[in-house]
Ligand binder design. Sequence first.
Ligand code: AGP
Length: 370
Amino acid sequence: EQIEKGGYEHFMLKEIFEQPKSIHDTMRGRLIVEEGIIKMAGIWDHLEKFTNANRIIIIACGTSWHAGLIGEYLIEEFARINVEVEYASEFRYRNPIIGNKDVVIAISQSGETADTMAALKLAKEKGAFIYGICNVVDSSIARITDAGSYTHAGPEIGVASTKAFTAQLTILSLIALKLGKHNGSLSNGEFMKLITELDHLPKKIEEVLKSTHDLVKNIAKDFVNAQNFLYLGRGYNYPAALEGALKLKEISYIHAEGYPAAEMKHGPIALIDENMPIVIIAPKKGHYDKIVSNVQEIKARKGKVLAVVNTGDTQVSEMADYVIEIPETSECFSPIVASVPLQLLAYYIAVYRGANVDQPRNLAKSVTVE
Ligand code: AGP
């Protein structure tokens, strides 16, 4: 096992550090920037199914569901196709309206999650075209779907999903851009700009790992005894906030909630005092001014702000108690970059608390029962 961990203390840390490679592997052979194309066999044969779909319904659980929420933002923004995202466990039992003009995408790292599998079967029975985004090759979900794309992130052993999540976001980005280019919603210029940026992501993630690792490791020490955490983000980074909170709670057992930052004033603001740490994702592109006011509201109530900002940021950084800088990228890819320091934060808090990071209590890597 020590050898498999490749010198890292835990699989989770190894998998966090593998992300430049796993994201690169997800795009390999698919993203060909010089030719200005995205080649994806799974989508290629069924492009019209997607672009003529009545709507796309994404079903998933846990982290994969968070990836699905970002998928909704991506596909609606770039391909202008109506997308809904559902928890597989809810979808399967609520007698949903599905027809043969619907495309249902299941996202699952393991490809074995019982609720996702059952929801897919139901969609298939009702005539929908079913598509899988799985990491495990030849898994049950990959086998029952009409078509699909593997994430190729490599085996993920840690129960807390890290590299599978960023690989799912990469695949969803490729799908959204491919569909947008195909149906003309995305201009060639915009498409080229975005694929070039996507191609730079592995390099950026490498930079983030280098520049934030020691810093986050130190910051984490101050939060070992925290009892609650709030994670806030807006737009594309709202699901990233949900994911950051899930990572923390599943491995450190600290209660954490993710929220869209603007929803804070509809309830969670009542929780804020000097004992409440608030992680806020605040990249320059994406509602930055609104985030600045959210931070002012938090500071006025003495909340402790840990901000994830772009390199060189001043406004949020001046108010925050802790600052983690990440490089700038397109707004739609910012959750991929911002998730990395949040994974490290959860990891180190859990390690300092003496938790079993790779196998947290009560959790299984793949949930094959309901
Ligand atoms: C992720 O950190 C969790 N352990 C969990 O939420 C997981 O994402 C969920 O069970 C779905 O798994 P799947 O992607 O294999 O379907």
